[in-house]
Design a protein around this ligand. Structure first.
Ligand code: OAD
Length: 225
């Protein structure tokens, strides 16, 4: 059975009504990264940071997975599938994807501000009694899941990239960890930075909810063993 590694960004959740970051109507058009997504902001402007992520949580809970998330989950019927996502929402899991690695953290959890390994569900008591903080990788912080994600990317027979500008590193460099010659399919209606992709590339310029089900059909036709 072929292995598909699916690498996603905010665009896969755009059709569920969640804003992306760098599009003209994206979050970074209304907020400054340094006000809500840095360790310094959390230290000096805690209420603003917490308020920003509480808003993201409310929107996530009101949203539903779209046909893009569902098509990705459905690939598990015919392929071995691992999802590597930059998203902090849980829409891949709610659509039924069983192996999801979150590179930039998760809104459904909080973590100890003293020990980054102590992660707890939202409603659990603080695991070590220290102040809790969003389980989000802020700009300027290390990306602890990157090594694991790179390792998974190396095992791909096919890579699918959906709804990411490929602008944020190290996450964006995952497209360089696939083995030479492995095909990469990109679903995105905009202009993701594909300059770093050295593998055979197919760009499908469509929204995730439309392009991903089409790509799933094509992958079955071409690669289903
Ligand atoms: P961006 O906002 O940078 O990019 C969103 C991508 O989704 C763009 O390439 C859009 O063209 C595409 N897009 C828009 N609508 C779409 C749709 N309906 N279907 C498919 N694609 C669509 O978001 P990311 O690449 O995810 O990090 O951003 C990476 C990281 O930057 C995020 O994880 C976040 C952010 O700052 C942190 O907060 C740490």
């Amino acid at each position: 059975m072929k292995k598909i590694v699916v690498f996603t960004g905010a665009g896969v959740s755009a059709d569920s009504g969640l804003a992306t970051f760098r599009d003209s109507d994206g979050l970074w058009a209304s907020y400054r990264i340094e006000d809500v997504c840095t360790p310094e902001a959390l230290a000096h402007n805690r209420a603003t940071v917490i308020g920003f992520y509480n808003m993201r949580r409310r929107e996530m809970l009101a949203a539903q997975p779209n046909a893009g998330h569902e098509a990705i989950a459905g690939l598990e019927r015919d392929f071995e599938v691992e999802v590597l996502t930059q998203n902090v929402d849980d829409l891949h899991e709610r659509a039924g994807s069983s192996k999801v690695t979150h590179l930039h953290g998760e809104l459904t959890c909080l973590r100890s501000s003293r020990n980054p390994d102590l992660v707890a569900p939202l409603d659990a008591p603080a695991p070590d009694g220290a102040l809790l903080r969003p389980h989000i990788v802020f700009f300027g912080e290390a990306v602890p899941m990157f090594e694991r994600a790179a390792q998974i990317a190396r095992t791909a027979d096919i890579m699918v990239v959906v709804g990411t500008s490929l602008a944020v590193y190290p996450a964006a460099s995952l497209v360089r960890y696939v083995r030479p010659g492995i095909p990469i399919y990109v679903v995105d209606p905009g202009n993701p930075d594909t300059a770093g992709i050295r593998n055979p590339l197919t760009l499908i310029r469509k929204r995730a909810a439309e392009g991903m089900p089409e790509l799933a059909a094509l992958l079955r036709e071409r690669y289903k063993g």
